[in-house]
Design a protein around this ligand. Structure first.
Ligand SMILES: *[C@@H]1O[C@H](CO)[C@@H](O)[C@H](O)[C@H]1NC(C)=O
Length: 135
């Protein structure tokens, strides 16, 4: 038998764990180039900051980006893809944008003229490019 103090402690631990899961996200995004053309990619995160510009110069190159934070689905996560090294006024050749949250994994596939969301697991995705599969 658990003493009532331990039961109360467990209750609060589970409560804190659940609440922190609802408010935060921890997403591992991988970007996979599927073109032999040069492509550049840059995230604009839910917190309005931008990632470094990732450069892909060969088919099959993979970059891994870790997205964490609180209230991740308050703002969309956007991935812009460029066919030349982007300057301030460069128009992206493709954009994938959606509200993301959860604890898991998502893959973006980069093409010479666009980007789309591929496999994902453990991520809730809404109102945007959420790939072919749901969940
Ligand atoms: C914004 O979110 C990104 C991705 O999780 C993170 O790397 C970056 O440090 C955050 N920036 C601020 C100012 O919180």
């Amino acid at each position: 038998m658990l003493s009532s103090n331990i039961r109360i402690l467990l209750f609060f631990l589970i409560l804190i764990y659940s609440v922190s899961h609802v408010l935060t996200c921890d997403i591992t995004a991988t970007l996979t180039s599927q073109t032999y053309h040069e492509v550049f990619a840059q995230f604009t995160f839910h917190n309005n900051t931008k990632s470094p510009i990732y450069h892909f110069e060969q088919d099959g190159k993979v970059e891994k980006v870790h997205i964490t934070g609180m209230f991740c689905n308050m703002k969309p996560t956007r991935l812009d893809v460029y066919s030349t090294s982007p300057k301030a006024d460069t128009k992206p050749s493709g954009t994938s944008q959606a509200f993301l949250e959860g604890f898991g994994y998502v893959n973006y596939v980069l093409l010479s003229d666009g980007v789309f969301m591929g496999m994902k697991a453990g991520i809730a995705c809404a109102a945007g490019d959420c790939g072919a599969s749901r969940g």
